[in-house]
Design a protein around this ligand. Structure first.
Ligand code: SF4
Length: 238
C-alpha cells in the first residue's frame, strides 16, 4: 500500500473522531495533533530522481492524507498545489477519505470539471446522522469516483436511498481498534451488505474492530486478528 501524507494534524469533528488513530499515535510522542503542518512528503508525487523519472512509481492506489483530512481548513492554502500534483500524476490513482465533504469546493482547481479520472473520494459516515448530512452533499458534487466507509461503524445505518443513485462504487465497513474501542455489531455490517447487494454496489467488510458483537455475544478481538476475522466471514461483494 502506498501512502502520501502531504499534511499532518486535524481537529475532531464528529463521533467517529473520538478515538482517532492519528491522535493516539501522536500522543505516544507527545505531539499536538491539533496543529496542522505540511509534511516533508508534501511534493512526494512529483519528486524526480537523478534519472529524471518520478521517484513514486506504483501501480496501485495511493492512499492520500491518512494523518489528517484532505479538506481540513488549515490546508486551504496548500490544497491547490496538492491537486496540481494529483493532476500531473495521472498514472497514479489517489484515494482520499474525508469527514469534510462539505468543504469540497474550497481550493478546487479550475480545471476539475466533472472530476479527475484518477481520484476516488470516500466519505466516512460512522452513524446515521453523519450519513444523512454528508451523503446528500456528496451526491451533488462533480466527482467521478466516490465511495462510502463506515469506520468506525457505530450503529445501524440506512444508506439505501443514497445507493439508489448508483453513483457509489463501493462501501466498506469496519469496527474500532485500540483502547476504549466502541462495539461494532455484526447485524449492522450485514444490514449494509444487504443494501449493497440490492443496488449492485461492491461491499468490503474490512475488519471487526476490538469489540465485536455477534448474536448478542461480545468478543474482544486482538489487533492482529481483526482483519483476518472479517475476511473469514466471507461476505465481501466484489
Ligand atoms: S477527521 Fe479523521 S484525522 Fe481528523 S480527527 Fe477525525 S478521525 Fe482524526
Amino acid at each position: 500500500m502506498e501512502l502520501w501524507n502531504p499534511w499532518h494534524g486535524c481537529h475532531k469533528i464528529s463521533a467517529g473522531c473520538a478515538n482517532c488513530y492519528m491522535y493516539r499515535r501522536d500522543a505516544e510522542f507527545g505531539k499536538d495533533s491539533s496543529v496542522v503542518t505540511k509534511t516533508a512528503s508534501f511534493d512526494l508525487p512529483v519528486r524526480r530522481g537523478r534519472d529524471g523519472e518520478y521517484k513514486l512509481q506504483y501501480d496501485g492506489t495511493v492512499f492520500t492524507c491518512m494523518t489528517s483530512d484532505f479538506f481540513v481548513a488549515e490546508a486551504d492554502g496548500w490544497r491547490g498545489e496538492a491537486w496540481s500534483y494529483i493532476r500531473q500524476r495521472s498514472d497514479l490513482h489517489f484515494f482520499i477519505i474525508t469527514k469534510r465533504i462539505d468543504r469540497f469546493y474550497v481550493s478546487l482547481p479550475s480545471d476539475w470539471g466533472m472530476g479527475y479520472e484518477n481520484v476516488t473520494i470516500c466519505s466516512t459516515c460512522e452513524n446515521q446522522e453523519t450519513a444523512d448530512f454528508r451523503l446528500p452533499i456528496m451526491l451533488d458534487l462533480p466527482i467521478r469516483h466516490m465511495e462510502i466507509i463506515h469506520e468506525p461503524m457505530l450503529g445501524r445505518i440506512d444508506i439505501s436511498k443514497y445507493l439508489a443513485s448508483r453513483r457509489f462504487e463501493g462501501v466498506t465497513c469496519g469496527g474500532e481498534s485500540g483502547p476504549g474501542a466502541r462495539v461494532c455489531d455484526y447485524s449492522w455490517i450485514l444490514f449494509t451488505r444487504e443494501q449493497c447487494e440490492r443496488f449492485g454496489t461492491p461491499f468490503n467488510f474490512k475488519q471487526t474492530g476490538a469489540l465485536f458483537r455477534k448474536d448478542g455475544r461480545l468478543y474482544r478481538i486482538p489487533r492482529h486478528l481483526q482483519h483476518s476475522q472479517a475476511k473469514k466471514a466471507g461476505i465481501d461483494i466484489p
